[in-house]
Design a protein around this ligand. Structure first.
Ligand SMILES: [Zn+2]
Length: 533
């Protein structure tokens, strides 16, 4: 099997994304995860460029498999490589390999550097030799290679030869502004391979034309065996080639051997989420392979097809990349979809049970009103169990009242506080609780928990982690309905979601909260407190 080497530049090129700023701790944690899955090269950053990267290359991550790479530029014009302070800072960092970028487009050499083409070739050659003198592996990034090649073929090829002859392990062809299309990449690399068949070529694509992954695959098909990209396609402007798509494409579909073994592909979803979590970004639910929607089936026909044979609507087994199949309930869905979803959440039922039709009608009616069970699996399960089984009333919420106050405190600081009072009945016992919160929902939640924590201590570890509000147009124009989706988490990081709907935002929130807490007690198998106790 042919081997392809994977080079991750999430921490360097990905760090150029708008709104992305990796801390030292982020860089260590992400490097360790990349090492664990089997990425060949991890480009950590640019020593000498900023304090975070200086710290990273003085105390690098402890890696078992990957080569840790420092990024930098070839020496400046008209100096010696040994006397270039920028290059020295890069070489002095603790790294296994050094990847240097240099110009390969004659237009830039002429206009930006204002030097001769011969001096540019010497800059590449001297700098690569200096890396090797320092006992490190050298890689060379050909900046703007494809534009350069279109403008001056022989100069672009001379740049590759200079890097290869100086001892560069890989010479990486970069489509720096992301404008080249897959067929052009394939043609150009084909021409170069014909002239220099043994050149160790790599590819580095940007996604400005929406084709970074396709361009990288075209390069592989043309004979390249080193591929650069980022996790989740992070990167300047429209991003770099997404390794989360490229790796399974190479391993599962093109049958290449990579440092990431087939049996470790299941770690891809976790790796993708780790990077999102570290950056506090919402995961892209439509991301190929690992997105929440990547194996979600909504239409009734699709869902029944998938149940008969998953190959009918899925390109791979979702478990291979750590993802899972899911059935989305919607007003388009037929009985087969709901049946599949019931099986998924473990609700037992008889296919011929007439109550099943009642459940389906209920779902459709509620979705028409504005409920959404696509993501609110806890509310879906509770509704199904209420109709098909028996769900106890663990507690009954009576009335609630919320007051909001905006004022300046004794120190002259502006504070906004909410105070909620709630009555509830738990197993025949009446409670009246009052609590303060940083917002109305938080105050009601705190008041409810005061009473519930005494009777159901297992709810103490449940926290509200996400809250989304959507105004649904009722059509009448006078009364807008509010839908609230909440996400809760327990101490073991299990998460579940519920939904509430009302013309009043607090009421919708309390409804969703009621479902989340009830679902938790039900799934833990907690017995409701009975009036007799
Ligand atoms: Zn780049």
């Amino acid at each position: 099997m042919d081997r392809v080497y994977i080079f991750d530049t999430t921490l360097r090129d990905g760090g150029q994304s708008k709104g992305v700023d990796f801390s030292f701790a982020d860089k260590i944690a992400i490097s360790e995860a990349l090492d664990d899955i089997g990425i060949d090269y991890i480009e950590g950053g640019w020593p000498g460029a900023n304090p975070t990267d200086d710290k990273l290359f003085s105390s690098p991550p402890k890696l078992k498999f990957s080569n840790f790479v420092a990024f930098g530029m070839t020496r400046r014009p008209n100096t010696s490589a040994a006397n270039d302070p920028g290059l020295s800072a890069v070489l002095n960092g603790n790294s296994d390999s050094v990847c240097l970028v240099g110009k390969t487009w004659d237009f830039h050499v002429d206009k930006a550097l204002n030097i001769s083409l011969g001096e540019n070739i010497k800059m590449i050659s001297d700098s690569i030799k200096e890396v090797i003198n320092r006992d490190k592996e050298a890689l060379f990034d050909c900046e703007h290679f494809f534009d350069g090649y279109k403008n001056n073929k022989s100069f672009a090829i001379d740049c590759i030869s200079a890097a290869v002859e100086a001892g560069s392990k890989w010479v990486v062809l970069c489509d720096t502004n992301g404008g080249t299309l897959p067929h052009e990449i394939g043609e150009i690399i084909g021409e170069i391979k014909a002239k220099m068949p043994s050149a160790p070529l790599g590819i580095h694509c940007h996604n400005d034309s929406g084709t970074a992954v396709a361009c990288s695959i075209a390069a592989i098909n043309a004979g390249v065996r080193h591929i650069q990209g980022t996790i989740n396609g992070l990167g300047e402007r429209c991003g770099n080639a997404d390794l989360i798509s490229l790796i399974p494409n190479l391993v599962l579909k093109m049958n290449f051997e990579t440092g990431v073994k087939k049996e470790n592909l299941f770690k891809l979803k976790h790796l993708s989420r780790l990077v999102d979590d570290r950056l506090n970004r919402f995961p892209n639910q439509n991301q190929p392979y690992v997105g929440e929607a990547a194996f979600a089936h909504k239409g009734g026909l699709h869902a029944s097809g998938v149940q008969k044979d998953s190959r009918s609507y899925e390109h791979i087994e979702p478990e291979l990349v750590g993802n899972q199949r899911s059935f989305v309930v919607s007003d388009q869905s037929g009985k087969s979809n709901i049946v599949a979803r019931l099986k998924e959440v473990g609700v037992e039922f008889d296919q011929n049970d007439h109550r099943l039709n009642g459940l389906i009608d209920n779902i459709k009616e509620n979705e028409f009103k504005g409920f959404s069970y696509d993501t609110a699996e806890a509310s879906f399960e509770l509704m199904a169990r209420r109709i098909l089984e028996n769900v106890p009333d663990y507690f009954v919420i009576g009335r609630f009242r919320v007051m909001d106050e905006r004022r300046f405190n004794a120190k002259g600081e502006l504070v906004v506080e909410s105070e909620a009072s709630v009555t509830l009945n738990v197993g025949g016992q009446a409670f009246h609780e009052v609590a303060i919160g940083n917002g109305p929902v938080n105050a009601v939640d705190s008041a409810l928990r005061k009473a519930l924590s005494k009777i159901y201590p297992s709810l103490n570890s449940v926290s509200l982690v996400d809250y989304k509000v959507r105004i649904i147009d009722s059509g009448s124009g006078t009364e807008a309905t509010t839908r609230v989706l909440i996400e809760c988490e327990d101490a073991n990081s299990n998460r579940w979601r519920s939904v509430g709907l009302s013309t009043n935002i607090i009421d919708a929130s309390v409804m969703a909260l009621y479902d989340s807490l009830t679902w938790r007690l039900l799934t833990l198998g907690i017995k409701p407190v009975s009036p007799a106790n």
